[in-house]
Design a protein around this ligand. Structure first.
Ligand code: HEM
Length: 473
């Protein structure tokens, strides 16, 4: 609301000054420079991030261009391969089956529907679903946080080994703490978080969570290295990100040519930070985005009708068939809904860039150490770039010749730092829309309630989304 107020009062470029002086940019034309190699940094180096052990490593918080390129190449190779895409589709099907087995017991029995008890908090379920999904895709190992969530709601237990279920929940909570808490290390001064009891408790808690996550990831990496060592050379290895990172630039990698230091393989601690980057970026955003999609579909019956027509034209009456890659490429309207939801309510509300040398941006000369906030929401909802910008209209994406104006649609960012998980995210969202809507009728419990969100300044998340679910007629 504050930024909307500033935009309306000051226009396309303005300055805010709280923790950090920030230049807020609200026009796609101003982003031109951020596409180049010179302005690729996301945020300044920061003591807080260093203390958390994530600065200058991996991808997300790395300001060393050589090191970032090295890590990003590994990440891209692992996550953008066709085999990985197949894994995404297979595991979306598989984990949805597990989710359905829980929903069947809790919400879909005839007597439960008759008593109107078929209501659930969508975001809670999908936060757990997405946690299990991203960990499986990136590490190749199963966690059971969905099962744990089921256990908390049901007298009957999930059937998975209780020790593994409890461990999964601990990991889920640790990753969640990082999402909600790492800003704390940006905002609170080192002295305060180290010595003032209330703040020290929060800081220590977050550090313990990161230590726990790192320890779990180290165990997983060690196990996988051992598995790879005992796998005969003629046997195929799995396609998860961890395996790809371990074997890249080793003799087990089909494309490997031994040359120099730049072609070296990754150490375990490098792999760990990349897994952490992938898990922390990949779990939270998709779950929230799916909740927003559900909300907008429920409020636009004409969109819902067209979506169901597309789904039914592909799956006919078959509500059980697993989804495959060809299906995904044919689900153009569902994909348009994903884009339109991201346009109207972008999860990443503000993207950031930082310059460490004097530069010209948006027609002005800026000194070194200037921090920029890219106001994604304003750009996505601007009448100069979008017809009827406040209308939720997926059809705008269906015109074959339609291409958003340059930098006016930046749900996955732009330039060198463009989100590497974009393909994974869209495939998964579209597949989940099909799995949900071809078989179930999903309605909001309260159509009059606005969507409940909170914003940490950069990201928007869904706080609660109560839906009623029943089999589709
Ligand atoms: C709907 C889901 C998602 C949205 C909306 C989203 C959006 C974004 C955005 C806006 C950025 C910043 C880009 C920039 O600075 O220009 C980003 C970065 C990133 N995303 Fe995503 N993302 C999503 C899902 C994922 C997934 C599933 C993964 C991983 C498996 C992932 C991994 C990353 C990583 C590692 C970065 C940092 C890239 C770098 O600094 O080079 N994201 N994402």
């Amino acid at each position: 609301m504050f930024n909307k107020y500033c935009y309306e009062k000051y226009g396309d470029i303005y300055e805010t000054n709280n923790i950090l002086r920030s230049i807020v940019l609200c026009r796609p034309e101003y982003l031109e420079n951020f596409l180049s190699n010179t302005h690729w940094m996301r945020s300044p180096n920061h003591k807080g991030l260093k203390e958390l052990g994530i600065e200058g490593k991996g991808i997300t918080y790395n300001n060393n261009f050589r090191s970032w390129t090295f890590n990003r190449n590994f990440f891209n190779k692992a996550i953008l391969s066709p085999k990985f895409t197949n894994e995404v589709i297979d595991w979306t099907n598989e984990l949805f089956n597990e989710l359905e087995s829980y929903w069947d017991k809790l919400f879909l029995r005839e007597e439960i529907i008759k008593e109107n008890k078929n209501k659930l908090d969508f975001i809670d379920w999908f936060n757990h679903y997405k946690n299990d999904m991203i960990i499986k895709l990136l590490t190749g190992e199963r966690t059971y946080s969905m099962a744990n969530y089921f256990n908390t709601l049901s007298d009957e237990k999930s059937g998975h080994q209780s020790e593994r279920v409890e461990d999964s929940e601990k990991l889920f909570q640790a990753i969640r703490k990082f999402h909600t808490g790492h800003c704390f290390f940006f905002i609170i001064y080192p002295f305060v978080r180290r010595y003032v009891p209330f703040f020290k408790n929060i800081a220590d808690n977050l550090l313990q969570s990161i230590e726990f996550t790192n320890q779990k990831l180290d165990e997983i990496i060690k196990r996988r290295r051992q598995q790879i060592e005992v796998t005969p050379l003629d046997k195929l290895l799995p396609h998860d990100m961890l395996t790809s990172m371990i074997i890249k630039n080793t003799f087990r990698d089909g494309d490997y040519v031994e040359t120099d230091e730049a072609n070296r393989s990754m150490t375990d601690s490098e792999i760990r930070v990349n897994l952490f980057d992938g898990i922390s970026n990949g779990s939270y955003k998709s779950a929230n985005m799916l909740s927003f999609i559900i909300y907008y579909i429920a409020h636009h019956p004409n969109v819902k009708k067209k979506m169901l027509e597309e789904i039914d034209s592909i799956f006919q009456d078959d509500k059980m068939r697993t989804i495959n890659k060809d299906d995904f490429y044919n689900l153009k309207y569902c994909e348009a809904i994903v884009k339109e939801t991201a346009r109207i309510l972008p999860i990443v509300h503000f993207n950031t860039r930082y310059i460490d040398k004097p530069s010209e941006i948006a027609g002005y000369q800026w000194p070194a150490d200037t921090f920029f906030l890219i106001n994604v929401q304003t750009i996505h909802n601007n009448g100069n770039y979008w017809e009827e910008p406040n209308e939720f209209n997926p059809d705008r994406w269906m015109n074959e010749n339609f291409e958003p104006k340059k930098n006016s649609f930046i749900m996955f960012g732009n330039g060198l730092r463009l989100c590497p998980g974009r393909k994974l995210a869209v495939i998964e969202l579209v597949c989940l829309m099909v799995l949900l809507f071809r078989k179930y009728e999903i309605n909001l419990v309260d159509m009059n309630s606005p969507i409940k969100t909170k914003c940490n300044g950069i990201l928007i998340s869904c706080v609660e989304l109560l839906v009623e679910i029943k089999p589709r007629n």
